[in-house]
Design a protein around this ligand. Structure first.
Ligand code: ATP
Length: 319
């Protein structure tokens, strides 16, 4: 291969810029030309493709978001649309593509590979919901943002003897909420992997009050339940002021942590090496601090991300 492309797709995540930079710099190091594609598969279909030089990725390692932009482009599920996108890649002489994104983006990469265009995936999502890697790009930064928010809520909850319900991202994966609960010392954690039992939660809050707790922080993943309604129920039961805080997109922004920058850099460089070794249809991960790669389809469908029971138990033990 002589020319590779790189794009970011799906929800953005801090560290994506560091990953793009690593793909570009490692590619140049190995004598490749590297092309950046704006706004994910949408820009690929619209032929918004530019050559990236060494300086194109200067001053981005420390920046959140993705300077290439990202998009949701459902039309990419259509084989005809993908064939048009591949024509654009061929027009620029690009032989292989690095896709940085979540499982939807991986699905697009898998299909392109099956249709004859080799792709390699990098796990870019704050949710930590991708199999085949211990951590995804952006998770560590998001975790630090959430813990900082919990610390701030704790100050004011403690002053006002208030109860706080904090909604955290992670539609299918409780890693962010569980890690934040342990690091932030939250009393309760509600994740999608464990059936939500409102009565049990209310009972536990009551028990906490009986122990003399003056405030409480409940961390809960998005889409489990309506957090404002839950806060009302808790207030009705305890007679104590209860507020819900939805952290929302704040969790996706900000400068990536050093850990995310290092991980993204390692993954980006490793992806280029794998493409040079002729590997298509793979996705990159780090497991036990070792660089690994798996078949994309295994990461999307076959490899189950194990639920971190130990972390969940810890968060309930320490309450
Ligand atoms: P996040 O985890 O942040 O949601 P994601 O990569 O899973 O990231 P999606 O919106 O699911 O985000 O997918 C990103 C893009 O990947 C889609 O907008 C679409 O262009 C492409 N894509 C998703 N699913 C498929 C599919 N089945 N076939 C082809 N392309 C797909």
């Amino acid at each position: 291969i002589k020319r590779i492309g790189v794009l970011t797709s799906g929800g953005d995540a801090p560290g994506m810029n560091a990953a793009i930079r690593a793909v570009v710099r490692a590619g140049l190091h190995h004598g490749l030309e590297v092309y950046g594609i704006y706004d994910g598969y949408l820009g690929l279909h619209q032929d918004r493709i530019v050559k990236l030089e060494r300086h194109s990725v200067s001053d981005v390692v420390n920046r959140g978001g993705t300077f290439l932009g990202s998009a949701r482009f459902p039309a990419f599920k259509d084989p005809k649309v993908r064939a048009e996108a591949v024509e654009n890649l061929k027009k620029h002489g690009i032989d292989a593509l690095v896709v940085i994104g979540g499982d939807g983006s991986y699905m697009g990469a898998k299909k392109l590979t099956e249709e004859g265009f080799p792709c390699i995936g990098l796990p870019g999502t704050i949710d930590n919901d991708i199999a085949g890697t211990d951590f995804t790009i952006g998770f560590d930064t998001a975790l630090n943002v959430v813990v900082d928010a919990i610390d701030r809520l704790r100050d004011t909850c403690s002053s006002h003897h208030r109860i706080s319900v904090v909604e955290i991202m992670g539609r299918h994966c409780g890693d962010l909420a569980m890690s934040a609960a342990v690091a932030g010392g939250a009393e309760y954690v509600i994740v999608p992997e464990v059936a939500f039992d409102k009565e049990k939660l209310l009972q536990q809050i009551k028990e906490g009050e009986a122990k003399g707790k003056k405030h409480a922080i409940i961390t809960i993943c998005e889409h489990v339940t309506d957090v404002n309604a839950l806060a009302k129920d808790i207030e009705a039961m305890t007679g104590r002021e209860t507020r819900a805080t939805i952290l929302g997109h704040i969790q996706r922004g900000g400068a990536p942590t050093a850990r995310d920058r290092i991980m993204s850099s390692r993954m980006g460089a490793f992806a280029v090496e794998q493409l040079l070794a002729g590997q298509g249809g793979r996705c990159v991960g780090i497991q036990g601090n070792e660089m690994v790669h798996h078949d994309i389809i295994d990461c999307i469908e076959n490899l189950k991300r194990p639920f971190n029971q130990e972390l969940y138990d810890l968060s309930t033990t320490l309450f």
